[in-house]
Ligand binder design. Structure first.
Ligand code: FAD
Ligand code: NAP
Length: 527
């Protein structure tokens, strides 16, 4: 049976960097990945139009200056094939594949207190041991597959955006339905509308989308290459982990004449920085409504049919309390005569049928149905494994919501680290910034243990309790918990509703976690 210093689960951006960092320090590290290649998110989500919503220049590793200089992004927001190529390039450049087992899923982790090791069981019937395990299993890696009545009756093709066929799908001229209007649905709809015969979108909740203004970035890239250290330094200490300069004056205190120009400026720049126009957008519903109204006015200007524009305009949750979408012509799609929208609040999906979907009174016929229904976010991949210490499992411990110290460890489960775990900034930020920070923090902790001749590290329950309270209290100071979002676990039936990410921002979080490390890992018990 193999034994490792560290076993890493997952070969997405987190797992790749974790392996590289540990190997560089002489640890025996090994990665197990369910997919057949590296890339994680960008390996699985190959749907048409998939691309990042953080600029590629920043949605990339910063740990190697040569890598930064040699890689050339072709677009402001790279598409999935380019992001996957980048992950593959990193794996090859740093010779990572030799320490990755592909096509294998970790099913169970069992802690052995006597040997202070994890025993790791995989779906091929094998097991290994490791002193430490790093779960780099992804925040958005377990698809949510709603149990639509009659799903198996449909005789056409059904495809989930989260596991799109690698060989692609020919949609030209076909009658296609898309269910779901989050980021995945929106990107798919925008990309396929020009090629399909008819497109019918089933919308439960409209999204707020800001323009990407995507395009080639030759000059921008050249300029960025000259100042990468400065860009990265800003990102590491910023709230969102990317180049976004938040407005200082609250909207409710701003000169009335200054509000619209500020929104216009950010709209024209494009991207997710829109919600940082004024600092009270995420804390005061009155300010939030002004921002939401602005986006709704933009939707009305883009969509010719004003009744349709209203249906596409979110009104049931504060803007930015769900991750906003970054679009490349989404709303304009609805001006095409072959595209229609079904609001499933008015015409509920009763069931899938042999030929399509029965919604309201109407039986719609389709050749292909695309399901873009999201993920069991943040806890899904961790709870999918049986993580056991004696008679306790992590899943049981988290039945009423995840409990972690700094999103890095959970008390009762020693030597198990999570990259971008719940109660860390992760999904609220440019994830590459957060991933790199967590990987570096974990690597430094493991180095510290080794240097001190220590073999065991565990979060102290009281410190974990304080951290969970802190993250909940901070979230409650904002409007974020007001949306039925995946941040809240609200998209999964039966999942406890609790706001999972840390809203305090990347920079503040870093100060806290750095302080903990400097104070000899205060709040962790080292033995
Ligand atoms: P993942 O990329 O999810 O990789 C985790 C890997 O672990 C997967 O390959 C999975 O197969 C493997 N795994 C999980 N469980 C097991 C197991 N039990 N055994 C073996 N292997 C396992 N974030 C941004 O900041 N900007 C973006 O633009 C952005 N766009 C996104 C677009 C999509 C479509 C999605 C779904 C997410 C997006 N995200 C984005 C979030 C994205 O998940 C992160 O940016 C980042 O790619 C996560 O990397 P990761 O390595 O932590 O996790
Ligand atoms: P999502 O945001 O959770 O969207 C899922 C969509 O499916 C929602 O519109 C949801 O409606 C709908 N839905 C879910 N269950 C349904 C049901 N039973 N019946 C009808 N509709 C249903 O998931 P996602 O679009 O995959 O995005 C998840 C996250 O991944 C994003 O927020 C983002 O962080 C990341 N992502 C980023 C990009 C990018 O731009 N780079 C692209 C894709 C994903 P409700 O809103 O009513 O629940």
């Amino acid at each position: 049976m193999s034994d490792h210093d560290v076993l890493v689960i997952g070969a997405g951006f987190s797992g790749l960097y974790q392996l590289h960092s540990l190997r560089g320090l002489g640890f025996d590290a090994h990665v197990i990945e369910a997919g057949d290649d590296v890339g994680g998110t960008w390996y699985w989500n190959r749907y048409p139009g998939a691309r990042c919503d953080i600029e590629s220049i920043e949605y990339s590793y910063s740990f190697d200056a040569d890598l930064e200089q040699e890689w050339n992004w072709s677009e402001r927001y790279a598409a999935q094939p380019e992001l996957l190529s980048y992950a593959r390039h990193v794996a090859d450049r740093f010779d990572l594949r030799k320490d990755i087992t592909f096509g294998t899923r970790v099913q169970k982790l069992e802690w052995d207190e006597v040997t202070t090791r994890w025993r790791v069981f995989t779906n091929d019937g094998a097991s290994r041991t490791a002193r430490h395990v790093v779960a780099a299993t992804g925040c958005l890696s377990v698809p949510s597959r709603p149990d639509f009545a009659g799903l198996d009756d449909f005789r056409g093709e059904i495809h989930w955006t989260s596991s799109w066929p690698h060989e692609g799908v020919d949609l030209s001229g076909k009658r296609v339905a898309v269910v779901g209007t989050g980021s995945s649905g929106l990107q798919t709809i925008t990309a396929i509308a020009p090629v399909v015969g008819e497109l019918t979108v089933f919308q439960r909740t409209p999204c707020f989308a800001v323009p990407a203004h995507n395009g080639p970035i030759v000059k921008r890239l050249a300029a960025a290459k000259k100042r990468y250290p400065e860009i990265r330094q800003h990102n590491r200490t910023s709230p969102d982990g990317f180049q976004c300069h938040g407005g200082a004056v609250p909207l409710l205190e701003a000169e009335p004449g200054a509000i619209q120009p500020e929104f216009d400026k950010r709209w024209d720049e494009g991207g997710l920085c829109f919600d940082r126009s004024f600092p009270d957008i995420l804390t005061d519903i009155r300010a939030n409504e002004v921002a939401a109204d602005y986006v709704r006015s933009r939707i009305r200007a883009k969509v010719q049919d004003q009744e349709l524009a209203e249906k596409l305009s979110p009104r049931s949750y504060p803007i930015a309390s769900k991750r906003m979408c970054v679009d490349t012509g989404y709303y304009e799609v609805y001006n095409q005569s072959n595209v229609s929208l079904i609001d499933i609040n008015e015409q509920p999906i009763h069931r899938f049928t042999e030929h399509g979907i029965l919604a309201g009174e109407t039986a719609h016929e389709f050749d292909v149905i695309v399901l873009a229904t999201g993920f069991d976010a943040m806890t899904g991949a961790l709870n999918a494994m049986e993580i056991r210490n004696g008679d306790k499992t992590l899943k049981d411990k988290w039945a009423h919501g995840p409990r972690t110290y700094l999103g890095l460890m959970s008390a009762g489960f020693p030597n198990l680290f999570t990259v971008c775990g719940p109660q860390s900034p992760s999904v609220l930020s440019n994830m590459l910034t957060s991933i790199e920070y967590h990987v570096e923090w974990i690597t430094a902790a493991l180095q510290h243990l080794r240097d001190q001749g220590l073999t065991r590290m565990e979060a102290v329950p009281e410190n974990e309790d304080n951290w969970v309270d802190t993250t909940n209290d901070l979230a409650d100071l904002t409007l974020m918990p007001r949306a039925a979002s995946w941040y809240m676990g609200a998209n999964i039936p039966g999942k406890q509703r609790v706001f999972m990410p840390f809203v305090g921002g990347v920079g503040l979080y870093r100060q806290i976690a750095d302080g903990v490390a400097v104070a000899r890992y205060h709040g962790f018990e080292l033995a």
